[in-house]
Design a protein around this ligand. Structure first.
Ligand code: TXE
Length: 479
């Protein structure tokens, strides 16, 4: 099967005529091909976006909203088809794609399509003689580049606010998981999205992605992906004075106190460690446990993790395949590093070859490691797979020191029944999100993003709409 770009409302082949192989990671085989697009395709997409911009940006918000709600509705109507495509493309359990990825893509479109109906700007009056008001205008053509871990979920998280606020978009999904973005092209055609408003260009990061970031007529870039890629994008975009929103890596701590609600903590910690094979930037990968319950936690956690069912993502499993062979190798090499650094593998630690059709797929057993120093490489670098470390602590201060020791600062989790302690910790944790007694509870109105090397800027709610618009101060003196 050959995928196409979506440019000027049409499904179009790449100008080079070249295609790239796309793998099903659960079986370790090529199952489709995607356009190997270059700067010519990106330029064509930019020109069509530019041509569509005046009509789209001037369209009444209610009408723009109606079209985007239609996109949201069709996503839900095609949930089964999209979830199956996501599971095959990414290796994630079909049940997860059905319960989380695709419903969230629907919610992203629905949320931003309706948010613009409630979005207002402020006025500042000076001594009754002068009125300042702020107009928020769309930027024009913006670029959205998304990763492979939550393909349609994150693709729509960027595209929906960009479109809702009146921009036209040139977007690139990850070349590793292009399928649901391709299906979204068809949904946009069926929903009657005007031609050129959204353009989806497939291809490699260093070629297609780079061409988007470099294009002089793309004035803002919203990117989610690895921190190293974020650095490269910032280096290209900064001298061109482009607006940038970067959602990058994480090495998130989960801090468990003895007074926590134990059973809930245990179940949630298994999920926060291994959901989506640990490939969510919000997953906890460093688990710090108060020493008085460390041994109990270790026994119970390892028992639960070792029972997780791993295998064919299309069947009833907890853990599917990781996204690619390269990524599997990266994860396994970190497990080797952990051993070299003195860690003990308590469960997992190896590649899995399930019986049957997935025998050649890319699977890694959920892995728990203990005995590592908090500042060793295993505990400092993002692994982004089903691998967590557990470490005891004796005091709040020690937990904070270890939690804050990394270059990242995306999401932290605290487990305690003591509200004062929870609030104290939340203030001192260096991260953009702090969950207390829960994980991955997401209200789309809240600011989403990281501090330190986890990114620049915030998305979510009006933060995203603000990112995709330029505020203009209009000042009138009344005479
Ligand atoms: O992501 P990349 P990779 C982390 C995770 C993972 C590592 C590398 O640790 O192991 O990053 O993953 C596009 N100009 N995360 O290499 O390259 C690329 O085509 C413009 C965390 O697979 O960052 C894709 O569409 N674009 C993360 C997107 O960037 C470029 C999720 C992300 O790919 C580009 C994924 C360039 N020069 C990985 N190079 C999270 N925060 O959730 C690549 N791209």
């Amino acid at each position: 099967m050959k995928l196409h770009n979506y440019i000027n409302g049409q499904l179009t082949p790449p100008q080079s005529g070249n295609y790239l192989d796309n793998y099903d990671p659960a079986i370790g085989a090529v199952y489709s091909q995607i356009p190997d697009s270059d700067h010519r395709d990106v330029d064509q997409a930019v020109q069509s976006a530019k041509a569509a911009f005046p009509a789209w940006s001037l369209m009444p918000a209610a009408e723009r909203s109606r079209i985007l709600v239609r996109v949201a509705d069709i996503i839900l109507e095609r949930l089964d088809e999209l979830a199956l495509a996501e599971s095959i493309d990414n290796g994630k359990p079909l049940s997860l794609a059905k319960a989380v990825d695709i419903p969230r893509a629907n919610q992203n479109f629905h949320f931003f399509a309706t948010a613009i109906l409630h979005w207002a700007s402020e006025a500042h009056i000076m001594e009754d003689k002068v009125i300042n008001y702020t107009i928020r205008q769309p930027i024009g053509v913006v670029g959205c580049i998304s990763p492979w871990n939550l393909p349609l979920y994150l693709f729509s998280w960027k595209i929906a606010p960009a479109l809702a606020s009146g921009n036209c978009v040139v977007a690139k999904p990850s070349e590793v998981t292009p399928m649901t973005a391709y299906l979204l092209s068809k949904i946009c055609i069926d929903a009657g999205l005007p031609a050129g408003v959204l353009n989806i260009v497939h291809g490699l990061g260093g070629k297609t992605g780079q061409a988007i970031v470099e294009h002089p007529e793309i004035k803002a870039i919203s990117f989610t992906g690895g921190t190293a890629t974020g650095e490269r994008i910032a280096a290209v975009a900064a001298p061109k004075f482009k607006k940038l929103s970067l959602e990058l890596g994480g090495k998130n701590p989960s801090i468990i106190f003895a007074d926590c609600e134990y059973d809930k903590m245990l179940t949630t910690t298994v999920r926060s460690s291994f959901a989506n094979q640990g490939q969510i930037c919000l997953c906890s990968s460093r688990i710090f446990v108060e020493r008085s319950i460390y041994e109990r936690f270790k026994t119970d956690f390892v028992e639960k993790v070792s029972k997780l069912k791993i295998g064919d993502p299309l069947e009833a499993v907890n853990v599917g395949a990781v996204v690619s062979k390269d990524h599997q190798q990266k994860i396994l090499s970190y497990i080797e590093l952990a051993k070299e650094e003195g860690g003990t593998v308590l469960t997992g630690g190896y590649a899995v070859n399930p019986e049957g059709r997935c025998a050649n797929g890319y699977f890694v057993a959920p892995t728990v490691i203990e005995g590592l120093d908090y500042n060793c490489r295993t505990n400092q670098e993002e692994i982004f797979g089903p691998v967590v470390t557990i470490t005891p602590f004796d005091s709040e201060e020690e937990a904070l020191t270890m939690a804050n020791s990394v270059r990242y600062g995306l999401a932290s989790v605290i487990w305690t029944q003591n509200i004062n302690r929870a609030a104290r910790m939340a203030q001192q944790l260096q991260s953009g999100i702090v969950w207390t007694n829960c994980w991955l509870l997401r209200d789309l109105r809240t600011p989403f993003g990281g501090v330190k090397d986890s990114g620049v800027g915030r998305e979510g709610g009006f933060y995203a709409l603000n990112f995709f618009t330029e505020p203009k101060n209009v000042c009138i003196e009344i005479s």
